[in-house]
Design a protein. Structure first.
Length: 293
């Protein structure tokens, strides 16, 4: 698994999917990737969690090479000496270090869930370093967009005919009202189909580094006013893709987030939850590949 060093010396790892060269590390010359048609898409996971849960994004790697970052303290990336370096805004330097390591003047950037907050902050700080930006089931805290408990419950009620609904909705109601914490029970709401594959995936996508999760959203992590102001002049095309049933990133909130970018396209994938590449891989890949080119 290839690695590089963050500015503070933390060793970070990444996975490569698709079009891997003879060196076996996904780099065009063994050290970095030159700009061009074969340039990779840099992918940022949510969580912060081990990036293995992204897989190859439903087969997107057949269209573009994917460089999938393990955020510090997750997957095979090292645990940093300074816990405060887990904070979202400080992780921007890690993404920039990866771009430099790959030898790219600009990157196409894809981010999922909480990782979209990091990608948004990167775009605000390094707007000229992004060719295209794809935000999948994005977190919106970096833009100051909050989601009410009632909005989540309203969306969840669309799944009322599912056999698992009564128990899952009761748990969701308790969580959103601040009287419960059974996150495991609401798992079905994150998938378009609650089958064995979804249940296995839920386990794989669960964050394991509690300190990374706790510090990611620490005070100062998002600075939404400054972030939105910086993005007002962001010139790159942006895709925001939401799942129709995603209680984590409801389509209404993702649509609001789209308004923060001058050149944004919103796509709501029918029948999908928080992991749309699992719910309908063909539809997801067609949408994202067409956007990325």
């Amino acid at each position: 698994m290839p690695t590089f060093f963050a500015p503070d010396g933390t060793r970070l790892a990444y996975r490569v999917h698709g079009n891997i060269d003879s060196n076996g590390d996904g780099n065009s010359n063994g050290d970095g990737c030159a700009d061009g048609h074969d340039a990779p898409v840099v992918c940022i996971p949510g969580g912060p969690a081990d990036s293995r849960y992204l897989g190859d994004l439903g087969g997107l790697s057949a269209h573009r090479r994917l460089v999938v970052l393990d955020l510090r303290g997750t997957g095979r990336s090292a645990i940093p000496d300074d816990n405060s370096s887990y904070r979202c805004d400080r992780l921007v330097a890690d993404v920039e270090a990866l771009r430099t390591h790959l030898g790219l003047s600009r990157i196409d950037l894809l981010a999922h869930s909480a990782g979209a907050n990091l990608a948004t902050r990167y775009a605000a700080r390094h707007p000229k370093r992004i060719g295209r930006l794809a935000l999948i089931a994005p977190g919106t805290r970096a833009l100051g967009i909050t989601i009410s408990g009632e909005a989540r419950r309203e969306l969840a009620r669309l799944r009322g005919a599912e056999p698992w609904f009564p128990a899952a909705f009761a748990a969701l109601e308790a969580i959103t009202r601040g009287t419960g914490s059974d996150w495991e029970a609401i798992g079905p709401f994150f998938y378009g189909r609650w089958d064995a594959a979804a249940q296995q995936h839920l386990t794989a996508s669960r964050p394991e580094n509690e300190e990374a999760v706790a510090h990611f959203a620490a005070e100062g992590a998002f600075a939404p006013d400054a972030t939105r102001a910086a993005l007002a002049g962001f010139g790159a095309p942006v895709l925001l893709l939401a799942g129709e049933f995603d209680v984590n990133s409801p389509p209404r909130s993702v649509a609001e987030a789209a308004g923060s970018f001058p050149d944004a396209a919103l796509v709501v994938q029918p029948g999908a939850g928080h992991y749309p590449w699992l719910d309908d891989a063909d539809r997801f890949v067609a949408t994202v590949a067409a956007f990325l080119g």
